[in-house]
Design a protein around this ligand. Structure first.
Ligand code: NOJ
Length: 533
């Protein structure tokens, strides 16, 4: 595989609404992001995945786009966006835009026109049927909505205000490619592609993901837009297996650089049910899944590595301990992931160990997905307590509370009234504190990012899982005669690990690791030439 810049960097995801407000309206914005670029440079990241900043009525916080070529008023102007691209570039940071083209907003001019009549110019840009079938929306209820004016049902796999685009229409595809080229012309470095595995579908046969033309469309898109331009692309693909991931990311196929797979993310839901149906994580299962992804792509594909994003609960609350062992467990997750093969993604606030924010009543929820599941499950007879328990565990607002910059009012996020309440733990957990404390989670991330820059072994080395106690996750990376050991006690119990190593590289406890690993203890070490080979 020829080496690419996106294989060597660590990415950082910004959810602009919650990152930094600069004008006191309670909503994060682009000038706010610019003001924090020095902080991100200090962390050491090489690229930002920017969640959508386009014009949107915000039914789904920007994932419902009404104009792809203008900036959301609350976030700033196109001039601000251009400034962000150039200011980031000055600091060696690339900007990756979110590309949301499975659907638009119902307020996008294409849809406004499409619903006027069956004969309108853009009617066929969307998916219409005279009769609905029983496909369900990912955001609850039927995926079909009757439109009075058009006299037909349109498909919406997400909210009613997110009608699905019909990728079979060639003109639509061309319009999307033109829009992508508009952004490439602005100097961005690539795209994160929202639910890209849903774009080719056969709703009558209930085939929604991995449809028949998916890979043809991506090859066509590649040729018409980013192909040959040294940009990076990452597809959000909930249905990917390693085989499918290779199809997308094998350079010979000219599709995408990499995809986000979600197999590990589903390990704490009841098999065959939804994310709201909770079960405990089984660590051996996690080891098996992540190891499969580490080993099976080989040289025919590339991994992306993540625990968090704007749709997922905070990892330290989810699978760690966000009270007694918050610092230890947050560092353990960082060490375990950042020594793996692939491009790591940090989600804003992860680098200071931000936690979930539990609620006790539906009135505290902002997110459409959680509100809908609340109402749906209430109607199905679930108790309020049970639904709130699921929402506290998996609801998307957990990841969307404002970034905790300092112990000032509203955590330094805004001088106004924040659109979503700040997590009350901001007085203790915030960036200012983290920067002052040389043992903070922030500096563990900074060190891991630097290690990746200095050691090709982390980028290219072979991965091998070690046979250990169930709750110990240990593996080696080997490259050009060198071998590193990564060990993580994925539990708050003590666990034994017997390993010999030569030089400790990083560790989340202050002293040397012994045979008995303490709660969430994790370390990276160089192995001797002749030991455990
Ligand atoms: C996936 C995005 O990550 C999520 O936030 C959004 O709601 C859906 N796609 C629909 O765009």
């Amino acid at each position: 595989m020829k080496q690419k810049w996106w294989q060597e960097i660590v990415m950082y995801q910004i959810y602009p609404r919650s990152f930094q407000d600069s004008n006191g309206d309670g909503i994060g914005d682009i000038p706010g992001i610019i003001s924090r670029l020095d902080y991100l440079q200090k962390l050491g990241i090489g690229g930002i995945w920017l969640s959508p900043v386009y014009q949107s009525p915000n039914d789904d916080n920007g994932y419902d786009i009404s104009d792809y070529e203008s900036i959301m008023t609350e976030f700033g102007t196109m001039a601000d966006m251009e400034r962000l691209i150039s200011e980031a570039d000055k600091r060696g940071i690339k900007i990756i835009m979110d590309l949301v083209v499975n659907h638009t907003s119902d307020e996008h001019p294409w849809f406004v026109e499409a619903r006027q009549s069956k004969n309108s110019k853009t009617h066929d840009y969307y998916v219409w049927r005279d009769e609905p079938n029983d496909i369900e929306s990912i955001f609850s209820g039927s995926a079909w909505q009757f439109d009075e004016t058009a006299g037909q049902y349109y498909l919406h796999l997400f909210s009613k205000k997110q009608p699905d685009l019909n990728w079979e229409n060639e003109k639509l595809r061309q319009a999307i490619y033109d829009m992508m080229n508009f952004w490439i012309g602005k100097g961005i470095s690539g795209f994160r592609m929202d639910v890209i595995d849903l774009i080719s579908k056969l709703p009558d046969q209930k085939i929604l993901g991995n449809g028949p033309h998916l890979h043809d469309y991506l090859k066509e898109m590649n040729q018409a837009t980013f192909g040959g331009k040294d940009l990076m692309t990452v597809g959000e693909t909930w249905g990917a297996t390693p085989e499918i991931a290779k199809q997308y990311s094998n350079p010979a196929n000219n599709e995408l650089s990499m995809v986000f797979q979600f197999e590990h993310i589903a390990l704490d839901e009841v098999l065959g049910q939804t994310k709201w149906d909770l079960r405990d994580l089984n660590v051996p299962e996690l080891k098996q899944v992540l190891t499969k992804w580490q080993t099976e792509l080989g040289n025919e594909g590339w991994n992306s590595l993540f625990w968090n994003n704007h749709d997922l609960p905070r990892i330290v609350s989810r699978w760690g301990n966000d009270m007694t062992y918050r610092v230890e467990s947050a560092k353990m997750f960082a060490i375990l992931l950042h020594l793996m093969k692939g491009t790591p993604y940090i989600y804003q606030g992860e680098e200071i160990g931000m936690t979930n924010k539990p609620i006790s009543d539906v009135s505290e929820i902002d997110d459409i997905e959680s509100i809908n599941i609340y109402n749906e499950r209430l109607a199905q007879g679930y108790s309020k307590e049970e639904i709130i328990r699921s929402i506290n565990a998996k609801g998307r607002d957990n990841a969307r509370t404002p970034i905790q910059w300092s112990a000032d009012d509203n955590a330094g996020f805004t001088s106004g009234r924040s659109w979503l309440s700040v997590n009350p733990n901001y007085k203790v957990i915030n960036v200012e504190e983290a920067l002052k404390d040389k043992n903070s989670i922030f500096y563990t991330y900074q060190k891991l990012i630097q290690l990746r820059k200095d050691n090709p072994l982390i980028i290219w080395g072979d991965y091998e899982l070690l046979d250990t106690a169930d709750n110990i996750f240990a593996y080696t990376r080997s490259y050009q005669g060198e071998k590193w050991l990564v060990v993580a006690n994925f539990s708050e119990e003590e666990n034994e690990f017997e390993g010999v190593f030569r030089e400790l590289i990083t560790h989340n406890y202050p002293d040397k690791p012994q045979k008995v690993l303490r709660p969430y203890e994790a370390f990276v070490a160089k192995m001797g030439d002749d030991e455990n080979e």
